[in-house]
Design a protein around this ligand. Structure first.
Ligand SMILES: [Zn+2]
Length: 337
């Protein structure tokens, strides 16, 4: 917390927590009003109480058009990108500003006194800006990347096995080729909001043109996708060669993407990405609004061996391409991985 609270304020907060029941749902704006503290201090207090396990987050999704309560979720990774609203009778796209963050009691450290609020007190108006998930993300209180990409120990092991497999020679090139494709599918499948399909044939005007190794559909609300643009799916090409390829791969992927109307693609390769890649990709972005990023074996190693966050890496690489970063964004302290 940036600012310590006074003893007097501490007592007020303790009494307040003590008065909550396990059914009470509070928001920053509501708590600020009841505690008579300012919004920013209240936001910090509630976040600190979540950190030490006294409170827990919950999420209430409201229709941005009619404010109708559409859904509640305990986990950000359970919030779908699109939801049907009965009030509006249509499918609604959910943005972080439509998601209200609520706090409920998780584990009260104080002696529970009289709880004066037994019934859930859900707000019925539109989401107050300071109560929105968008606000919490902007303050850095919630790291959405670690919510969506959090493999379990056994999943990490599975990824490690897949990673070792891509360097083990197989009897045929097709079999060797498939190891990288399988690892890629397993890796993206670990993100809670992605559905991965392999070996998709794409055609233009009904004629078969080529095959895309992996096709990823985004099913939930996800800020990485908002960086990419208004897309709900993207494509991945896996390159198994051990020599650094030339720019042809990018040209081919770009033309496949133009044919299918996709705006975001990833090349994953066993060898190092070409040094000219970022500037080439930036030209493609400026000419056709298509973003192509490259992940090579070093990137895979950083994720699988050093357990870096895949989504954080995607976001960094997208920005590098858009900005034609001449310096690694990690060196500038903008990204962790
Ligand atoms: Zn509605």
């Amino acid at each position: 917390m940036e600012k310590p609270i006074s003893l007097e304020q501490y007592v007020v907060v303790e009494n307040y927590i003590n008065s909550l029941s396990y059914n009470t749902k509070i928001t920053i704006s509501k708590a600020a009003q009841q505690l008579r503290l300012d919004d920013s201090l209240t936001g910090n207090l509630l976040a600190a109480l979540v950190d030490i396990g006294v409170l827990q987050y919950g999420f209430v999704i409201r229709c941005p058009e009619c404010s109708l309560l559409l859904k509640t979720a305990e986990d950000i990774a359970n919030i779908e990108h699109e939801t049907y609203c009965y009030g509006c009778d249509e499918i609604i796209q959910i943005e972080p500003s439509d998601i209200e963050v609520i706090y409920t009691l998780f584990n009260c450290p104080f002696q529970q006194g009289q709880q004066n609020d037994k019934k859930p007190a859900l707000v019925t108006s539109a989401v107050h800006k300071i109560d929105s998930l968008a606000h919490l993300i902007s303050l850095g209180k919630v790291n959405i990347n670690t919510e969506f990409f959090a493999p379990t120990d056994s999943e990490w092991e599975e990824l490690y096995e897949g990673y070792s497999n891509i360097f083990t020679s197989k009897s045929t090139t097709t079999k060797t080729g498939y190891t990288l494709e399988k690892l890629t599918m397993d890796l993206f499948d670990k993100c809670k909001h992605f559905c991965v399909t392999g070996g998709l044939r794409i055609s233009s005007d009904g004629n078969y043109t080529s095959q895309i190794d992996c096709y990823v559909r985004n099913t939930l609300y996800n800020p990485v996708v908002s960086l990419i643009g208004d897309v709900d799916s993207f494509v991945i090409e896996c390159k198994n060669e051990t020599r650094t390829p030339r720019g042809e791969y990018m040209k081919k992927l770009r033309s496949d993407m133009l044919d299918t109307g996709k705006h975001f693609g990833i090349i994953i390769s066993k060898c190092k990405a070409p040094r000219t890649f970022v500037s080439l990709s930036n030209k493609i972005f400026l000419n056709s609004k298509i973003t192509i990023i490259w992940m090579d074996s070093e990137d895979l190693m950083n994720i699988i061996i050093h357990k870096q966050n895949l989504l954080e890496m995607l976001a960094r690489k997208i920005e590098e391409v858009r900005l034609t970063a001449t310096k690694d964004l990690r060196a500038l302290g903008l990204y962790d991985c």
